[in-house]
Design a protein around this ligand. Structure first.
Ligand code: NAP
Ligand code: ZN
Length: 351
């Protein structure tokens, strides 16, 4: 296996937990036969980047180059590449390798690879080298972990779909959000505002549960049918027993029992939000309505392509604010203050 590295790439790198970002240069590996070289054009800022760069989940590998919402253009391909050619518009999401042989890889759910998926950054590849993500001019990725961005999606708006998109599309589909289903989306940040659009496009009746009323107009414009503020205790009594599915995209802990009380019998609360602290709930909140609590992790490569094609067909488009490389620290602060409308995307030409 060729491990030679000779492709320089400017990156935004953070030297330690909570440190400021610095512009540095790394070397990407030379192309192996199944690799593509991508010139990154846009890279979204996911709240997971902040959890990771602040080392809130532990195990952070520093220096760290976050970014797993990557949109760009192929500039070179290895000799055995068949799916992509120079000039193709492509995306890379949360992982860049998996064993390819386990039962989950074989059914296209690589995120659950039993060997352990190689994440796009803050991970070690199967040769033991740290991975570096999308806040970078270039990236080298195995073609099997690259997806095609449909022609009618702009690269800047497409980038958040590579994580926020698939992370919400996958559970909505798995738990059959669709016509006749009442679905609540909790939290209207990067994931939440895309989830509203997908759930609406799938035909569900969509309710947004946000802390204040300030995002109501925007929520309705994304396709929500109803909107409630969770800061008002009356919301929980009014919506008791209402939903088939609640998708929780919140980056902090919630009063789980209060949210479970809004599920119908057999309803499911699906967590995609990933706060560092443990949740607490009473088993009676489940028992009394045969309810379930579940979780979901991004989605496989095949489903990511399906999600992009679905977004292109149904006009699902993240609402983004494009920033320069020197604004990333400020953008992190703004995400933490929930002052993001609704996804920051780095213009990689400013690196
Ligand atoms: P985000 O843009 O910051 O959105 C999170 C939203 O949660 C905020 O806009 C806010 O919505 C709400 N919120 C924040 N703090 C809150 C608090 N203390 N109490 C109640 N609500 C609060 O973050 P994101 O990028 O969408 O990511 C959300 C979470 O999903 C993160 O934890 C991230 O790590 C996780 N994630 C998981 C996966 C997965 O595969 N499972 C993939 C990607 C991301 P309102 O202002 O509307 O209340
Ligand atoms: Zn993410």
């Amino acid at each position: 296996m060729c491990n030679h590295k000779s492709i320089p790439s400017r990156v935004l790198s953070t030297p330690s937990a909570k440190a400021k970002f610095e512009l540095t240069t790394i070397e990407r590996r030379d192309l192996r036969p199944n690799d593509v070289l991508i010139d990154i054009k846009f890279s979204g800022i996911c709240h997971s980047d902040i959890h990771s760069a602040y080392d809130e989940w532990g195990g952070g590998i520093f220096p760290m180059v976050p970014g797993h919402e990557i949109a760009g253009v192929v500039t070179a391909v290895g000799g055995d590449v068949t799916k992509f050619a120079v000039g193709d518009r492509v995306g890379v999401g949360c992982f860049v390798d998996s064993c390819g042989e386990c039962e989950y890889c074989l059914i296209g759910e690589e995120q659950f690879c039993t060997k352990g998926v190689v994440q796009t950054y803050n991970s070690l590849d199967y040769d033991g080298n740290p991975t570096y993500g999308g806040y970078s001019q270039k990236i080298v990725v195995k073609e099997d972990f690259v997806v095609r961005i449909p022609d009618n999606l702009d690269l800047d708006e497409a980038s958040p779909l590579l994580c926020a998109g698939i992370t919400t599309y996958s559970p909505l589909k798995h738990w059959k959000a669709g016509s006749g289903k009442k679905v609540a989306i909790v939290g209207m940040g990067g994931l939440g505002h895309v989830a509203i659009q997908f759930a609406h496009a799938m035909g569900a009746e969509v309710t947004v549960l946000s802390r204040s009323l300030s995002k109501k107009e925007a929520a309705l414009s994304f396709g929500a049918d109803h909107y409630f503020a969770t800061s008002d205790p009356a919301t929980f009594t009014e919506l008791a027993g209402r939903f088939d599915l609640i998708l929780n995209t919140v980056s902090a802990n919630l009063d789980v029992d209060a949210y479970l009380s809004m599920l119908r019998v057999d309803g499911t609360l699906v967590n995609v939000g990933a706060p560092a602290e443990q949740d607490q709930y009473s088993v009676f909140s489940l028992i009394m309505g045969r309810r379930s609590i579940a979780g979901s992790l991004v989605g496989g490569i095949r489903e990511t392509q399906e999600m992009l094609d679905f977004a292109a067909e149904h006009g699902v488009a993240p609402k983004i604010e494009i920033i320069r490389a020197d604004q990333v620290d400020e953008a992190y602060d703004r995400v933490l203050r929930s002052d993001v409308r609704y996804r920051f995307v780095i213009d990689i030409s400013t690196l």
